[in-house]
Design a protein around this ligand. Structure first.
Ligand code: 1DF
Ligand code: MN
Length: 350
């Protein structure tokens, strides 16, 4: 990229980045221990954090180091990229890899750590709450506590021990999120072990592709299970320009209807709205990791300009020039301000 792509100085909007990762440094020690003890029944975890925690590569070293910093270096990086405000979330898979009791306790600890570490820079940071789906009732309680602490939503990193949130046992989480108006960011994680092998064989399990397949499947399962008929005001957020789901709207509607009418599956019941309606009315989107105008505009076109938000995906994709590319997108200033600023302000009540 050329110098022409540097972020524009004093743009007519505040840049809010909505999918920015962190973790308390001691979480990486817990992960190291889990890797050494080989207790985790999740080959996706072993390959992902096996890489970030032991590779001598520059990428692994830098990212592992930057995840733990909410101080000067993070602020300097935000300044260099022109990011005014970061919505922080515990990095994937967060507590979801831990045993139930550890996960419940660590979510509380991580949320307190986050709130504490944001205090020095209150105008630059806000945060999402980690929860442990392993204990849905505790998770619902933690959403309530997190809201009182000032956190703005919830982060869930796709499957939890290879289980998906469409199972009604998890629905206390949705109930609390809807009632407390806390949007849930359904962030990627590696594909569940039910489907991991063919991804892993070719190195496609991570952010290159597997993350998106896993997370879009998860979102669809939640829709198909009728979660939004039960919790119609619930809002979920998908990153990476919607994990490709906006591209599928037409076919999802056609084939869902065909499946329902023909009674092909017991698990596919009639829904109150079309699949695309839920994706337009119960989801918001970010462009995390996709600094590409055609994909961003596609989501704005088929979902709506009021639901597409900016995200950088720091530290996994720290590329200041991408901000400059987005500054220069061909859309109106009004739509650009929605993208960078006001959609996030509204959704997260910043
Ligand atoms: C990666 C990418 C890892 C994203 C992440 O969490 C993550 C990666 C562990 O590149 O390995 O959040 N991402 O959202 O694209
Ligand atoms: Mn991410």
């Amino acid at each position: 990229m050329t110098a022409d792509n540097s972020p524009i100085a004093n743009p007519p909007y505040r840049r809010i980045a909505a999918e920015e990762a962190f973790c308390p440094p001691d979480m990486l020690d817990i992960y190291k221990k889990l890797l050494v003890e080989k207790k985790v029944d999740d080959p996706g975890f072993n390959t992902m954090f096996g890489f970030y925690l032991s590779s001598p590569s520059e990428r692994a070293q830098i990212i592992a180091n930057q995840l733990g910093d909410l101080g000067e270096q993070r602020i300097a990086h935000m300044d260099a990229a022109g990011v005014d405000h970061a919505v922080l979330a515990l990095t994937s898979p967060g507590v979801q890899i831990m045993e139930k009791a550890d996960a419940v306790a660590y979510a509380i600890y991580a949320n307190d750590w986050l709130v504490d570490n944001m205090k020095a820079n209150p105008t630059r940071f806000s945060g999402l709450a980690a929860v442990a789906p392993q204990d849905p009732v505790a998770a619902a309680k933690e959403i309530e506590r997190a809201k009182a602490l000032g956190l703005k939503g919830v982060i869930i990193n796709s499957h939890t021990h290879h289980e998906y949130l469409d199972d009604p046992k998890f629905w206390p989480i949705f109930e609390a999120a809807e009632k407390l108006e806390m949007p849930i960011y359904l962030h990627p994680y590696t594909p569940s072990k039910q489907m991991l092998a063919p991804f892993l064989e070719k190195g496609l399990d991570g952010a290159i592709f597997g993350f998106s397949v896993e997370t879009s499947l998860h979102a669809l399962r939640i829709i198909i299970a009728g979660v939004f008929d039960r919790f119609p005001k619930l809002q979920l957020i998908l990153g990476h320009t919607g994990e490709a789901l906006p591209f599928w709207l037409y076919r999802l509607d056609y084939m869902h209807k065909a499946g329902v009418v023909s009674k092909r599956y017991d698990s596919m019941k009639p829904l109150q709205r079309k699949v695309s309606d839920y994706l337009r009315e119960n989801f918001h989107y970010t462009n995390s990791g996709v600094a590409w105008e055609p994909s961003i505009r596609f989501v704005q076109d088929v979902i709506g300009v009021d639901r597409m938000m900016y995200a950088m995906d720091y530290p996994y994709q720290y590329v200041p020039e991408e901000v400059g590319v987005l500054d220069r997108m061909g859309m109106s200033d009004e739509d650009k301000k929605k993208f960078f600023q006001t959609n996030a302000e509204k959704l997260f009540r910043l």
